[in-house]
Write a new protein. Structure first.
Length: 242
């Protein structure tokens, strides 16, 4: 009887020893993982020249990832929202010291001092490489220009065009996903919004239907609803990107 009891205890301990690490892996996998990697500055040109396929000469160092602000693929096309991304990230989430947003619709990541040395090889690349905020190592959420990296202040800035994207970024950094949070209030109410007009000769730039101002939306998907940055979102000055 004692042998049977001891065997049951041993089996129970073995099950716990095996299942607990597995449970932790599953739990961690459920949290969004954020990394920052460099984009090839000629992504669009190179993908066009290769017919949307990975250029052979870059296959060892780069991969193709798609930019969209929801994580849901909607007809991803290498020639429209595909980018060549360096295989190895510049920063991982463990390199983030602080993550914040501001009234100018920007996301600021304060980096740990010891992580800055990882940016040195990227900083010296010619031409300068943009940086991408990547979610789950599978899709690009935001893109930062080289000028948005302030090494002295240890700050990496990602511009956004909506409070919704700001909120998403903060949720991702906190290890949360949209489906677990009520963020519908950040979406504009259903309505028949006007459509912005493309600026001739400047891909990704559009004219606001409200002010006529030129808006840089070169990293946004076609068909999304944006708020005119000249107005607070409470004014309802939303428009579609063609």
């Amino acid at each position: 009887m004692s042998f049977i009891k001891d065997s049951r205890i041993l089996i129970r301990r073995l099950v716990i020893a095996v299942m607990f690490p597995l449970f932790c892996v599953i739990l961690l996998a459920a949290e969004p993982d954020l990394t920052v990697a460099a984009l090839h500055p000629d992504s669009r040109l190179l993908l066009e020249q290769s017919g949307g396929k990975m250029p052979v000469q870059l296959a060892k160092d780069y991969r193709i990832l798609f930019l969209h602000n929801t994580g849901v693929a909607k007809g991803d096309d290498p020639l429209k929202n595909g980018y060549l991304v360096l295989l190895y990230p510049v920063f991982r989430q463990t390199d983030f010291e602080k993550f914040s947003k501001d009234d100018s619709d920007q996301i600021h990541i304060v980096l740990r001092t010891d992580a800055l040395k990882q940016y040195e090889p990227i900083k010296n690349l010619t031409p300068p490489h943009k940086l991408a905020l990547i979610v789950d190592d599978s899709w690009i959420f935001l893109v930062s220009e080289p000028r948005d990296v302030n090494v002295d202040a240890k700050i990496l800035t990602f511009p956004t065009l909506s409070k919704l994207d700001q909120h998403r970024a903060v949720l991702f950094n906190e290890g949360k996903r949209e489906k677990d949070n009520k963020i519908l209030k950040f979406y504009p109410a259903p309505g028949d919004y006007p459509t912005a007009k493309p600026v001739p000769g400047k891909e990704g730039f559009f004219t606001s239907p409200y002010t006529g101002n030129v808006i840089d939306a070169q990293y946004m998907e076609s068909g999304v609803i944006l708020n005119d940055p000249a107005f607070p979102e409470t004014d309802g000055k939303f428009f579609f990107l063609p």
